[in-house]
Design a protein around this ligand. Structure first.
Ligand code: PLP
Length: 407
């Protein structure tokens, strides 16, 4: 691509040369499991690079072998994902959980310590608190207000080698913020990488790599895909660390398939457009419903004020408040009455899509989390999570206010 350096422009053509594809303006799809070698020596050369048996010579292209290892459509998508996060490399996965678990399996070994924020998306919470525990990985749980000295003291007290730090910020489902720069300093002092789940704000509103994250992780099912029609995951970061994750992915087989990668590549063309419209709708909606009598409390990043610790962190870390709203009602009954009265906003889990979605974390996405932790982390029975879509604002406004009146 010759002109246009902004990622929004790059998403429209970067990495695709129409001359290599019969002039096709759009990149082709390669639905193939395997690739034909022109001769046996070339097959040997491709495997040497794919399996890391020797480093590439300067300028040597890896070559296509088998779609668990590489596919032209995935490579194009991955180049664009890296551009969005302003990192050197990117990888696509079969789901957000595939991306997260591949990162865990790359950097954690029995006896290691994992530092992690909480709350976490329910699936990640399960892997961290149950599955990794069975593999003898100890964990240090961070809460939003903890300072650097306290985190450091807890890491030292945990005893083992710090294998990985993992933050989900803003946190699903409460919008709690965690300090990326601070946790990266602690992780790096122990020679451990920091991975940040950037699903909630996406590359449009937050660039964790610029704040010290070594790896950025996404459920691409959400804003990146954006149409509730695919499941995918992403990891971006430095060439070295992404290379390590790629080696694990090649053997676990957690990559995305060519068709999903193609759909995701298409979705990225409208990423900025969608996320800006979603944020605009969310900001207007919060202004309209903020004082409603049925709402006990509301969390939206756009409400944070500078001069408060969270507000100042938001200003340093994020370029915009995104479009996720957490609303606390009196109890489960009130939350359910609200959800059941919605018509334009759909009652469904997931987020970041063109259509607005609302759900009840305590009994849905976070139903598997330990009830004591849920209560402590503010994931109470009265909480409803709303993901604001791209609908006409007046329709959204009318629907949500009518539902609030019926609580
Ligand atoms: N991370 C976050 C913040 C999520 O919200 C989700 C899913 O809701 C995931 C990870 C897991 O992604 P997936 O459902 O694509 O596996």
């Amino acid at each position: 691509m010759k002109r246009g350096t902004h990622p929004a422009t790059a998403m429209l053509g970067h990495g695709h040369a129409p001359g290599d594809a019969s002039g096709s303006l759009k990149p082709p799809l390669y639905p193939t499991s395997t690739f034909v070698f022109p001769n046996a020596a070339e097959g040997k050369r491709c495997f040497e690079l794919a399996y890391g048996l020797r480093p590439p010579t300067p300028g040597e292209a890896p070559g296509m072998v088998y779609s668990r290892l590489s596919n032209p459509g995935l490579e194009l998508l991955e180049e664009r994902l890296a551009l969005l996060d302003r990192t050197a490399s990117g990888l696509s996965f079969a789901s957000g959980m595939a991306a997260i678990s591949t990162v865990f399996l790359t950097f954690l070994r029995p006896g290691d310590v994992l530092v992690h924020s909480r709350p976490l998306y329910g699936g990640t919470d399960h892997v961290v608190t149950s599955l990794l525990d069975e593999f003898d990985v100890a964990r240090v749980e961070l809460s939003p207000g903890m300072d650097e000295a306290e985190i450091e003291a807890r890491v030292v007290a945990a005893g083992g080698r710090l294998g990985l730090a993992f933050l989900e910020t803003p946190a699903n489902p409460t919008n709690a913020l965690f300090n990326i720069e601070m946790v990266s300093r602690v992780a790096h002092a122990h020679d451990a990488p920091l991975a940040v789940d950037n699903t909630f704000l996406g590359p449009v509103w937050q660039s964790p790599a610029a704040l010290g994250a070594d790896l950025v992780v996404y459920s691409a099912t959400k804003f990146l895909g954006g149409h509730s029609d695919l499941i995918a995951g992403v990891v971006t970061g430095s060439e070295d660390l992404v290379g390590e994750v790629a080696a694990t992915r090649a053997f676990l087989g957690t990559m995305s398939d060519p068709w999903t990668a193609w759909l995701l590549t298409r979705s990225l063309e409208t990423l900025h457009l969608r996320m800006e419209r979603q944020a605009d709708n969310a900001r207007r909606l919060v202004e309209a419903i903020g004082g409603h009598r049925s709402i006990r409390r509301l969390s939206y990043l756009g409400l944070l004020r500078s001069g408060t610790p969270e507000g100042d962190l938001f200003t340093r870390q994020c370029r915009g408040p995104g479009s996720m709203i957490s609303v606390w009602f009196a109890d489960e009954g009130a939350a359910y009455r609200f959800l059941d009265a919605l018509e334009v906003v759909r009652l469904a889990v997931s987020l970041g899509s063109t259509e607005s979605l609302a759900q009840h974390p305590a009994s849905m996405t976070h139903a598997g989390c330990d009830p004591e932790a849920r209560e402590r982390l503010d994931v109470t029975d009265g909480l409803v999570r709303i993901s604001v879509g791209i609908e006409d604002y007046a329709d959204l406004h009318g629907d949500v206010l009518a539902a609030l009146d019926r609580v």
